[in-house]
Ligand binder design. Structure first.
Ligand code: C5P
Length: 284
């Protein structure tokens, strides 16, 4: 019997994100292409008689209300077990950044605990939706996926050849809830870009140009209204000929590079403008 599992919980970027409607439950209907990157938390889950979740450094969530604790409880309920486990999370992904760090930890907890508990007939993707909107994608284990609904529809896409990005981290934090609340009807317009990107991944026709042309996000307008540093960073980058796109509800930004060398070059140029920029890849 497996008693302990350690997994990497990768961050994600939304290569494109469209808000296509508001639902009766208050959530928004999305269409997005999600991709995991080579920046990850480390999540260790072990069998234990009580529930103990340690997150280092601390993310500031009230005890028991972090997404990892909620994931343990959700799987325990579905598997008819006591919600008891030891979870240790070593955080490297910035919090409230639009990189899905907390959701990825929850997805990793679901996958690790399912390996330890071996529950029958539990759909981790469906269960993930009860923990948080981005959790189904991470519970699926896909590297790239089309995500629809409020986040619960996950259609894995073929793994691409290496995609090189520059991630620009911001000091500010943004609450997803606040960004959605700030959204206006005229912010919407990225749906066609999402569909083009999804089709290009499905046909394995992804190039840096296709990624750059379609890197649109309907949450950019509301996020930039709440966080002026976003517009400032984008205009500094634009001054050097570099287009920065928003991931999720922000404030993290990214640029698509031609290859690894180009990513290192772009990151250097962006750092010279005072931004915190690092080269990354889309990776499993
Ligand atoms: O599901 P999660 O807790 O991650 O969502 C945080 C908040 O973001 C929700 O309370 C909701 O206000 C907003 N949200 C939304 N539509 C989505 C996902 C999130 O309105 N599809």
């Amino acid at each position: 019997m497996t008693r302990a599992v350690t997994l990497l919980a990768p961050a994600k970027v939304n290569l494109a994100l469209a808000v296509v409607g508001k639902r009766e439950d208050g959530y928004h209907e999305l269409r997005s292409v999600f991709a995991t990157i080579d920046l990850a938390d480390r999540v260790r889950v072990a069998a234990q008689r009580t529930l103990e979740v340690r997150i280092a450094p601390d993310v500031g969530a009230p005890p028991g209300e972090d997404l990892a604790s909620r994931a343990v409880r959700a799987l325990a309920t579905a598997a008819h077990r006591d919600p008891s486990a030891f979870v240790h999370i070593r955080k490297r992904v910035p919090v409230a950044a639009g990189l899905g760090g907390g959701s990825s930890d929850a997805g990793a907890v679901l996958r690790a605990l399912a390996t330890i508990w071996q529950p029958q007939d539990v759909d981790l993707v469906a269960l993930g939706a009860s923990v948080g909107s981005d959790v189904p994608f991470f519970a699926s284990g896909a590297c790239v996926a089309f995500v629809g609904g409020r986040g619960e529809q996950v259609e894995p896409l073929p793994d691409p050849k290496a995609i090189h990005l520059v991630i620009v981290r911001m000091r500010e934090r943004l609450s997803t809830k606040d960004v959605f609340a700030e959204l206006r009807r005229d912010d919407r317009g990225a749906a066609a870009a999402v569909d083009r990107l999804r089709a290009a991944f499905a046909r394995r026709q992804i190039t840096p140009e296709v990624l750059r042309e379609n890197a649109q996000n309907d949450l950019l307008g509301p996020a930039a209204r709440l966080c002026p540093a976003i517009a400032d960073a984008r205009s500094r980058a634009a001054g050097k000929g570099i287009a920065l796109s928003l991931t999720g509800s922000g404030p993290t930004l990214f640029a698509v590079a031609d290859d690894r060398r180009d990513a290192l070059r772009l990151a250097r140029i962006l750092r010279r403008t005072g931004l915190v920029a690092h080269a990354h890849t889309i990776a499993r």
